[in-house]
Design a binder for this molecule. Sequence first.
Ligand code: GRF
Length: 192
Amino acid sequence: MNKTRLAIFASGTGSNAVNIMDYFQKHPAIEVACVLSNRANAPVLEKAKTRLIKTCVLSNEEAENASILINLTTQFEIDYVILAGYLRLIPAEFILKFNRKIFNIHPSLLPKYGGKGMFGDHVHRAVLQSDEKETGITIHYVDPAFDEGEIIDQFKCDLVENETVESIRLKINSLELAHFPAVIERTILQKQ
Ligand code: GRF
């Protein structure tokens, strides 16, 4: 049986992308077929290359062009797209083609702290300033509106006194590394 093929879209460091590549490296049914970035110098690209995973770089303009994304994913025979720290808008036509087949991870308990401008430390700073007692991560399908696709799963962590943006970032990253690959795996296998 052919494996289900994932494309990871990532713009940055790629700790989630690396974790996903490693999780599926010897998986019997799912494989990471390529890593796409809109930044030619994104560290995630080197990390993919050392794992012998194909990479692809698009300009910001190309990354927002649905036909280019459709052609690329067709060429790589992609079944699912994983957004892991990917900071470009996904064109609506592409989202329609991959309906419920694009997963995103967001570093808050959506619908809280989502939407335009809410990424990375902006999220953690907003959480800190609101004196929240807990935060967490959301794994959701991508829909044409930012951070509003159907939620697949959420995981929480407590916030204690004297948290900082840095301490929240670390807690969130641990949650992401612990759960994102397994949620992808479970969701894809359930559909088969
Ligand atoms: C993560 O916090 C994820 O929730 C968000 O972008 C960040 C990516 O981090 N979408 P990394 O590049 O995977 O380290």
